[in-house]
Write a protein that binds this ligand. Structure first.
Ligand code: ZN
Length: 180
């Protein structure tokens, strides 16, 4: 009995990691176009019905977060806004806007890669998806491929700081050169 339980847990973990890896691939697409690397996918009955990555800068749209893109696509795929029986995998904890959309779309299970202590609304700053006053609550599993989901963000911001420092250095060099 215990052995079966362990095997079942192993299969569930394998599934969770498999889908989170797909969300990570979405995050890489965001990184490749200079966007904050966050990716999301929506799964129903083991099939991906929606996927998306952060495109806020590209589309000049503050609502173009990975989760919103994935939810929009899943709604279009399934032909309705109620995503009952769907799971959402996202590499970084959803913000308050996305958490609201997750509740409204009736997502069942939410799988999070890494937490966002500054703006996360699924356990960090708020926990909107498990707010008892709302008419729908979402199950959450934290820390799926946590290290990889966190590292892609760390690398992105490290490169961003380096580019900014380089630009500042170039400007200072230019000022020095025109002074003499
Ligand atoms: Zn968001």
């Amino acid at each position: 009995m215990q052995l079966n339980l362990r095997v079942d847990c192993g299969i569930i973990l394998w599934h969770m990691e498999k889908f989170m890896r797909m969300a990570l691939q979405e995050a890489q697409k965001a990184r490749d176009i200079g966007e904050v690397p966050v990716g999301a996918i929506v799964v129903k009955d083991g099939v991906v019905v929606g996927h998306g990555y952060n495109k806020t800068e590209t589309l000049k749209d503050p609502t173009a977060h990975a989760e919103m893109e994935a939810i929009r696509m899943a709604s279009a795929t399934l032909g309705g806004w109620r995503l009952i029986g769907c799971d959402l995998y996202v590499t970084c904890e959803p913000c308050s806007m996305c958490a609201g959309a997750i509740v409204w779309s009736r997502i069942n299970n939410l799988y999070i890669g890494t937490m966002d202590p500054k703006a996360g609304a699924c356990g960090s700053v708020f926990n909107i998806v498990q707010e008892e006053k709302l008419n729908h609550n979402v199950n959450i599993e934290y820390g799926i491929l946590q290290e990889e989901c966190s590292q892609i963000l760390k690398d992105f911001f490290k490169n961003l700081r380096r580019t900014k420092e380089q630009k500042l250095e170039d400007t200072q060099n230019w000022r020095e050169s025109v002074r003499f």
